[in-house]
Design a binder for this molecule. Structure first.
Ligand code: SF4
Length: 383
């Protein structure tokens, strides 16, 4: 007898506990997840199982990338875009917004602010343009940003699809990471959320990702979660797509609708925002377990749904945060989706709040570090 239980009762309890180590535990213990496994992990809403999933993703994160959070100061330097993605608030057909390009002197001030405040890296993001004037402008931004920070600032670019030659020029001018979201790896769904024409070609996007890797960029991509017509199987395929393409960095956010876009008409088909949010956290957790040493961003879109969104993303397995350093005069003209949070984290007191919530999550900020993707240095696919 032990604590009042007979041996028979103890055996029964152990059988019950074994049967409670359900399929979910068995899947979680696997070294490699099949598509069905991923679907099962993503589909669970059982609190206990979700807890186990996050426990595992956090321990993988700690073991493989540590508990340092890499900071990237995000600067949305222009909202001029030649494209017309159906979900995006700054698509070229949206005439309701004021178009801007931040003057160089202001860009320099922001870069200096980031550098003096110990940011290791910047992300320069814009709408997509591929004309020579724009490319030369981006090259200038890269060169002067390096120069005024003694080459210390690390640079990620997010300026859409470009030719291989242009990627090479951008790389040679000082950028070493590039984000190009695929948005969905399902070609049929891709054409439900983009016009089907030469400017929005799925194949060209895949090719651009390949060229980024070939050029030598640490290559990032990502998707939206909770799109109309998207299934849980699509999301499982997205995670397998990242793995198959040996991606170095991933940013995934819940899809949030924007009034001035064609996709707004499907808003009634969407799952509630909290479900999109929770599913995004599970996606982060499963991805961390599948791709242990990549960088995963806790996206701003998480924060648009939950005040603690990014920190919850870190707790699920993310390790990158991108405080928005875009000046307030421009920030409201870069609304890719409605209710985008304008957090003004370039202001000291707001940054302190972010810093303390990161500490509360058990992580620390890696100041003055580029925070490169560890995966980049070990992967064997194209460099
Ligand atoms: S998602 Fe990017 S490429 Fe598409 S319209 Fe928006 S800014 Fe332009």
């Amino acid at each position: 007898m032990y604590m009042g239980f007979t041996i028979a009762q103890l055996l029964l309890l152990s059988l019950i506990s074994d049967s409670m180590k359900t399929e979910f535990d068995a899947i979680l213990a696997k070294k490699i997840f099949s598509k069905d496994d991923i679907v099962a992990l993503l589909s669970t809403t059982d609190e206990n199982d979700v807890g186990k999933l996050f426990e595992k993703s956090c321990s993988v994160k700690k073991e493989y990338v540590g508990s340092e959070v890499y900071l990237r100061g995000l600067l949305e330097f222009s909202n001029v875009c030649r494209k017309n993605c159906f979900y995006c608030g700054i698509r070229s057909d949206n005439k309701q917004i004021h178009r801007y390009s931040i003057p160089d002197e202001e860009i320099k001030e922001i870069v200096l602010h980031a550098w003096k405040n110990n940011y290791g890296s910047m992300v320069f993001q814009s709408g997509e343009r591929n004309d020579a004037v724009f490319i030369e402008h981006v090259i200038d931004i890269l060169k002067y940003s390096k120069k005024i920070t003694n080459n210390e600032i690390g640079i990620t670019l997010s300026c859409g699809e470009q030719s291989e030659k242009t990627y090479q020029k951008l790389f040679d001018s000082g950028a070493h990471r590039y984000l190009l979201r695929i948005e969905t790896s399902n070609e049929a769904l891709y054409y439900k959320i983009h016009p089907e024409n030469e400017t929005h070609s799925f194949k060209a996007r895949i090719e651009a990702l390949r060229n980024l890797k070939k050029t030598g960029f640490q290559t990032g991509t990502g998707i939206m979660i909770g799109l109309p017509f998207q299934t849980i199987e699509d999301l499982a395929d997205d995670l397998l797509f990242f793995k198959k393409n040996d991606i170095d960095m991933v940013g995934m956010g819940p899809y949030i609708e924007h009034k001035e876009t064609p996709m707004y008409k499907y808003r009634k088909l969407l799952m509630p925002k909290t479900e999109r949010f929770n599913l995004t956290l599970r996606m982060i957790a499963v991805l961390r377990i599948m791709m242990k040493d990549i960088n995963i961003a806790a996206s701003t879109a998480l924060q648009a749904i939950d005040n603690e969104g990014r920190v919850k993303g870190l707790k699920a397995g993310a390790n990158v945060i991108m405080p928005n350093l875009t000046p307030s005069a421009y920030i409201e003209d870069y609304f890719l989706y409605d209710n985008k949070p304008c957090l003004h984290e370039n202001i000291g007191k707001y940054f302190k709040l972010l810093e303390s919530s990161i500490h509360d999550a058990g992580d620390t900020i890696a100041y003055k570090k580029w925070g490169d993707s560890k995966h980049f240095f070990t992967r064997t696919s194209a460099r």
